[in-house]
Ligand binder design. Structure first.
Ligand code: HDL
Ligand code: ZN
Length: 417
């Protein structure tokens, strides 16, 4: 192929990746009906836990004194330390800059007061549409936990859903903290026993059925520590086998496994205190092999696990790989992971989710991801062309639609009979 043809190909890919409307399959955002649970605006952007962790590398304030500050005071501290006294060069800092520029604000003026004034002029309904439009997100999945004391009451009142905000049924306490969550289920009217005796398993399934009917989730989900083992002889292992996986099969819902998080490595940092560890993916191989009619939606936190995850996806069609999760969501690793995935499993995966906790983050997380993923995809198409296969415009569009939501939708529809 001539260099001009390669350039033309790259431009076609860039335009299509820029234009595709994304299905964002994992976020911590909330339907505006959840009120204050939906975070947005400059102060929420600045007190994002990623920036709190980075800020503490410079702060000369104690953890307790920081947490005693108001959100605005915390934001001032972070702005001053990570943007003014030091260049905002980290991915989370650059994200704030990308978002502010996309909103036609000019962070180069370094005028936080003026930026706050601009946000004060918005209401959440209008701003939600504005952010989704700028980010090119057509729908997203929330993280919905029945065990979240602030979220559950909203679901129990019932409310008119904003269909752009799909649900994900989050179950960490059920699987990882049964001693506590079993008691909580009892207060909700489910007959449970700590040793899972009596009607406990069927009551857990009744609980799952009740919440599935209530929130209509795209999938059930749980995050897992690096030392998660399967098979195992724990209570959690039985809840997974006898309740959660049965329920998923009965309702044809994927189980999303987010593997490798070490919770509270530094508890003083709160949400910012979690770390990462290398998982034993033989647990995942056992699950995929033992439950060929269950669908597993999987992302892993350790860079060292990524190639092994792709190899498992080659072995198991009931495994769908997704996202560059959390500490892997930085351009250098997104590029490496996306290239490896395209080379090992073709288009049959979902390269990214935003994991956004603040509405406005959708803008930068998707702008940055489109840039990296689009660049890698163009490289692979150029290599394909050199091998003698020039993709058509229609094929480029088809592949990109798949990568940014279509493959996930097809996986959900996949019949594993
Ligand atoms: O467990 C998870 O879903 C993680 O994404 C955590 O919420 C984490 O705090 C996070 O926001 N990562 O991006
Ligand atoms: Zn998350």
């Amino acid at each position: 192929m001539q260099p001009a043809q390669i350039e033309d190909l790259r431009e076609r890919v860039r335009q299509n990746v820029e234009a595709v409307r994304v299905t964002d399959i994992h976020t911590h955002l909330y339907d505006p009906a959840f009120g204050g649970l939906l975070l947005w605006g400059i102060d929420d952007l600045l007190v994002y836990h990623y920036l709190i962790a980075e800020g503490f590398r410079w702060f000369d304030i104690s953890y307790d004194d920081f947490w005693a500050l108001s959100k605005e005071q915390q934001a001032d501290l972070i702005w001053n330390e990570l943007f003014i006294r030091h260049s905002p060069i980290s991915e989370a800092c650059r994200g704030v800059i990308t978002t502010l520029n996309a909103l036609s604000l000019d962070p180069k003026k370094r005028d936080l007061r003026a930026i706050r004034q601009w946000f004060a002029g918005w209401n959440v309904e209008d701003y939600t549409g504005h952010c989704l439009e700028l980010a090119g997100v057509k729908s997203l999945c929330m993280t919905n936990s029945p065990f979240d004391e602030t979220e559950r009451p909203v679901w129990e009142q019932d409310f008119r859903r904003d269909r752009r905000f799909q649900a994900g049924l989050r179950l960490d306490p059920l699987l990882l903290g049964w001693a506590e969550s079993g008691k909580t289920l009892e207060t909700w009217g489910f007959e449970t026993q700590e040793d899972l005796g009596g009607k406990t398993v069927s009551e857990i399934r009744r609980f799952l059925a009740e919440w599935t009917s209530r929130i209509d989730p795209q999938y059930l989900m749980v995050s897992l520590p690096p030392d998660f083992r399967y098979p195992d002889r724990t209570i959690g292992h039985r809840i997974l086998n006898e309740a959660i996986l049965e329920h998923c099969r009965e309702h044809d819902l994927p189980l999303a496994l987010m593997m490798g998080v070490k919770r509270a490595v530094n508890p003083r940092l709160g949400l910012a205190g979690d770390g990462a560890g290398r998982s034993d993916l033989s647990a995942l191989a056992s699950l995929c092999e033992r439950f060929p009619q269950n669908k597993f939606l999987v992302t892993v936190l350790a860079r060292e696990n990524q190639q092994e995850l792709c190899v498992l996806a080659r072995k198991f069609r009931n495994l769908h790989v997704f996202g560059c999760w959390w500490f892997t969501n930085v351009p250098s690793i997104v590029s490496e992971m996306t290239r490896m995935r395209l080379e090992l499993i073709g288009i049959s995966f979902t390269p990214q989710h935003s994991d956004a906790r603040v509405l406005d983050q959708l803008i930068y997380k998707w702008k940055h991801s489109r840039q990296v993923i689009g660049g890698v995809l163009a490289d692979k198409y150029a290599e394909l062309a050199s091998a003698g296969w020039l993709v058509t415009d229609q094929e480029v569009q088809r592949d990109i639609e798949a990568l940014f939501g279509g493959a996930f939708r097809d996986f959900k529809k996949l019949s594993l009979r």
